[in-house]
Ligand binder design. Structure first.
Ligand SMILES: C[S@@+](CC[C@H](N)C(=O)[O-])C[C@H]1O[C@@H](n2cnc3c(N)ncnc32)[C@H](O)[C@@H]1O
Length: 278
């Protein structure tokens, strides 16, 4: 059975002309497909989720965990004057919050259209259109890096991204990133009870691919088990200092694709990796 993508916007489903399958997709094909998908779907994504995300909140995922309470990047008073790279920034909501804390953010995304939404909302910091696998910055340019569901769920070579992030961080720097919790791969990505029964192997790493009639990928999502992610972090040159699995809060009654209060109360939906480099 084809597993529906976890961070894909399920309410829209695959593009009308595309077909969902499971097959390999390399670095280049994954990047090209996802750049196109996010360019085509950015408008709908921002209409659908912009209110929940807020223009200048730092939300780690559909549970609504806010950096104000989580402090995964450190105490807010320590953010002042820090150079922070946001990867897969979308409309740069997180970077905007960082700027309000006195940090100096740079928001990077592969999708030009997502960054146009960042411009529409307004920015006082640089926006960079680039692939997380080839960061256009000098070594040791940043104190901190963060990514809320940006890049990592979509790339074929996560270690490449982690090594790039390590390279642009200064010694002692921290990288915090959230992804779909790997356990979700084993369940249908449905918010209701049908999303509570295992339907696929957690251990099957074959990417989820939507392809057009010519067989060209138009959307790709890559699965890593929890163990894979830990090994990726270490192979990328980081120490893993925390792995946060946000619990579904009582106040959050919203659904986001397959994330819902029903499922959120039973199984984790997001995994947040807190990593440091020496
Ligand atoms: C689920 S959105 C998250 C954005 C934002 N944090 C939010 O919550 O709306 C994923 C973002 O990652 C970006 N992205 C996907 N693959 C990427 C890559 N290889 N390099 C940089 N950004 C990428 C997409 O364009 C999209 O804006």
């Amino acid at each position: 059975m084809i597993q529906e993508p976890a961070s894909h916007q399920q309410e829209t489903g695959p593009d009308a002309e595309s077909q969902a399958t499971r097959r390999d997709a390399d670095v280049t094909e994954s990047s090209r497909a996802n750049r196109g998908w996010w360019d085509r779907n950015a408008d709908e994504y921002q209409v659908e989720h912009g209110t929940f995300l807020g223009d200048d909140r730092f939300v780690w995922g559909p549970e609504g965990l806010d950096e104000v309470e989580a402090e995964l990047l450190g105490p807010p008073e320590d953010l002042k004057g820090r150079d922070v790279l946001e990867i897969g920034a979308g409309a740069a909501q997180c970077a905007r919050w960082l700027a309000t804390q006195g940090a100096r953010p740079v928001a990077l995304d592969i999708s030009h259209r997502q960054l146009q939404h960042a411009l529409r909302i307004g920015t006082s910091f640089p926006l960079v259109c680039a692939d997380a696998g080839a960061l256009p910055f000098a070594d040791a340019s940043f104190d901190l890096a963060c990514s809320a569901y940006g890049a990592l769920p979509f790339v074929a070579a996560p270690v490449l991204v982690l090594r790039e992030v390590r390279r642009v961080l200064r010694p002692g720097g921290r990288f915090v990133f959230s992804v779909t919790h790997p356990i979700r791969w084993a369940f249908p990505d449905e918010p209701g009870p049908e999303g509570l029964s295992v339907s696929a192997s957690y251990f099957d790493r074959t990417p989820y691919v939507e392809q057009d009639e010519q067989g060209r990928a138009v959307y790709v999502e890559h699965h890593r088990t929890i163990g894979d992610r830990v090994r990726d972090v270490v192979a990328g040159g980081f120490r893993l200092v925390d792995l946060v699995e946000p619990e579904w809060p009582v106040w959050n009654t919203s659904e986001w694709g397959g994330w819902s209060p029903l499922r959120g109360n039973l199984i984790p939906g997001s995994a947040i990796f807190v990593c440091e480099r020496d």
